[in-house]
Design a protein around this ligand. Structure first.
Ligand code: IPM
Ligand code: MG
Length: 358
């Protein structure tokens, strides 16, 4: 039986993951399939109960599973711990590294009924349909880091091996081939040696993909172009840190970061999570938007299990409830009626049942 490790984590993670499971179970039931879902501890809640942000049992369960569904981690309670013990450096990054999840995929597509939810002008965002491919296990996040005492200084090293660049850029070309055949590689080659290296490798690989139109863009310009004319982009491929920054920016093109799904892949194996954090300010209040997690679950069905029909159905159900006017607080305009996390999850599950049967 397909096996999924479920890691709700901290803050709103505890609220949004059950909604994604509700929708997943509805979709699976419709197809007469059964998955094994096994819940495990991660992040601050794991620190509280076991002393470790990534307990060995959790890591083992993730290694044994076909896919991992994650909520969110972190919160003010654990912010004062030594950096290496905190949920981010103690759990999420080692999990990405241990599972070799080098390819992070974050798609941003405008859903017409959310046009007015974006903080940008409708004309600018109406045709947005892009995907950011972010390298996830190299660069500044994983380079040597440390402090010097005399004189006091701190450093994080940005290093990329040829292989690390090759595998993500190749995936960029392949992703573009399946879409509008446009790949934009984002770097800072006017300043950084690692970017010049990245660009050389990308140009080499481009020879094997003559059907894909390749452009290079400096990351500062890319940030500007993403708000100026985001519809120009199809696939963006970039290194870890640039991708982290650009995907938060890009999320607002689709209305809210609460809509941004994320898949971190290594072959068919993947970790699926919303791109947003644990939102401690609204945690436990039934206010969080579960749609990014629900859409991440759809990506899981598509990429790990090749259940394209079921994934399509979930995405259609999400569009339907948004068309019908369901809005969590992050998506609502002032004075617009909002629904809670649970109600949004129920609405998507109901739409799925109504459209595609029980
Ligand atoms: C993301 C997040 C993480 C990252 C944090 C929580 C470490 O911002 O997935 O984009 O920086 O990769
Ligand atoms: Mg981020």
């Amino acid at each position: 039986m397909p096996k999924v490790a479920v890691l709700p984590g901290d803050g709103i993670g505890q609220e949004i993951v059950p909604e994604a499971l509700k929708v997943l179970n509805t979709a699976l039931k419709q197809s007469g399939m059964k998955f094994e879902f096994e819940e495990h501890l991660i992040g601050g809640s794991a620190i509280d109960l076991t002393g470790k942000a990534l307990p060995d049992r959790t890591l083992q369960a993730c290694l044994d599973a076909d896919a991992v569904l994650l909520g969110a981690i972190g919160g003010p309670k654990w912010d004062s711990l030594p950096a290496k013990e905190r949920p981010e450096l103690g759990a999420l990054l080692p999990l990405r590294k241990e599972l070799n999840l080098y390819a992070n995929i974050r798609p941003v597509k405008m859903i017409p009924s959310l046009l007015s939810a974006s903080t940008l002008k409708e004309d600018v965002v109406k045709d947005v349909d892009l995907v950011v491919l972010r390298e996830l296990t190299g660069g500044l996040y994983f380079g040597e880091k440390g402090r010097n005492d005399h004189p006091p200084a701190a450093y994080d090293v940005l290093v990329y091996t040829e292989n690390e660049v090759k595998r993500i850029v190749e995936l960029g070309f392949q992703t573009a081939q399946q879409r509008k055949k446009k790949l934009c590689s984002v770097d800072k080659a006017n300043v950084l040696e690692s970017s010049r290296f990245w660009r050389e490798i990308t140009n080499d690989i481009a020879r094997n993909y003559p059907d894909v139109e390749l452009t290079h863009m400096y990351v500062d310009n890319a940030a500007m172009q993403l708000v100026r004319n985001p519809a120009q982009f199809d696939v963006i491929v970039t290194e870890n840190m640039f991708g982290d920054i650009l995907t938060d920016l890009a999320s607002m093109l689709g209305g809210s970061i609460g809509m941004l799904a994320s898949a971190s892949m290594s072959g068919k194996k993947g970790l699926y999570e919303p791109a947003h954090g644990s939102a401690p300010d609204i945690a436990g209040q039934n206010k969080a938007n579960p749609l990014a997690t629900i859409l991440s679950a759809a990506m899981m069905l598509r990429y790990t299990f090749e259940l394209n029909q079921e994934a399509d159905n979930i995405e259609k159900a999400v569009i339907k409830v948004l068309d019908e006017g369901y809005r969590t607080a992050d998506l609502a305009k002032p004075n617009e009626k909002t629904v809670g996390t649970k109600e949004m999850g129920d609405a998507v599950a109901a739409a799925l049942s109504m459209e595609f049967g029980n």
